[in-house]
Design a protein around this ligand. Structure first.
Ligand SMILES: Nc1nc2c(ncn2[C@@H]2O[C@H](COP(=O)(O)OP(=O)(O)OP(=O)(O)O)[C@@H](O)[C@H]2O)c(=O)[nH]1
Ligand SMILES: [Mg+2]
Ligand SMILES: [Zn+2]
Length: 187
């Protein structure tokens, strides 16, 4: 997905081996990753450049600094910024509605309320893996075309995992999401 960018914000607080480890998981999966901080303005010009002339959706956990980032890019906009709870270390859902705003010529932005957890709705079990972009090249090796890459024999994704062509963390996220679909039974 060439138009998806993963921003790692608050690098002024911390940018160590653990963060680089996760940064690399996403880079190796095929995503572009931008390091940023709204405190020292790093990465802000690059993000602005990616956004210009497009319609942009800013998405991520509550408290990560989505609205702060938009304020750093477009100081005249004044998006509401909140504090992160000392008690839970979680954001407090400062942005509560989504609306599309014209920020610049031909540039629209949609700031969204932060999420706390992800539970996909309307995605079938056998389709979930298509959202894991680096898995796709291995589907052709799956014995069954309805493979959910979980327990099926002859699974190309599991084989790629064993050969370390897919990261264990990404495969685990996949399984966690797959489980939420199984619980739904909406189809
Ligand atoms: N240290 C540091 N703090 C930041 C940075 N960016 C944002 N913050 C702080 O993080 C807190 C939350 O920022 P918001 O911009 O409200 O976060 P949000 O992602 O919009 O949160 P929701 O609207 O709840 O989804 C605020 O206290 C910001 O000042 C950063 O780069 N570094
Ligand atoms: Mg916000
Ligand atoms: Zn499979």
């Amino acid at each position: 997905m060439e138009n998806v960018y993963i921003v790692i914000n608050k690098t002024d607080l911390r940018y160590d081996e653990e963060i680089k480890y996760f940064e690399n998981i996403y880079r190796n999966s095929g995503y572009s990753v931008i390091l940023a901080s709204t405190k020292d303005n790093s990465g802000i010009a690059e993000i602005k450049e990616k956004m210009t002339g497009k319609t942009n959706l800013i998405w991520g956990q509550s408290g990560v600094g989505k609205s702060s980032m938009l304020n750093a890019i477009y100081p005249q906009m004044n998006f509401k910024v909140g504090v992160v709870s000392q008690f839970s270390s979680k954001g407090k859902h400062t942005t509560v509605t989504s609306s599309m705003i014209l920020a610049d010529k031909n540039t629209y932005i949609i700031d969204t309320p932060g999420i706390r957890e992800i539970a996909p709705f309307g995605i079938r079990e056998e389709d979930l893996s298509h959202y894991f972009i680096e898995f796709a090249q291995f589907f052709k090796d799956c014995r069954f075309n309805t493979c959910t890459h979980n327990h099926e024999p002859g699974c190309g994704v599991i084989k790629a995992l064993e050969e370390e062509k897919i990261s264990y963390e990404r495969y685990e996220s996949y399984l966690r999401l797959l489980e939420t679909i199984e619980e739904d039974i909406v189809f």
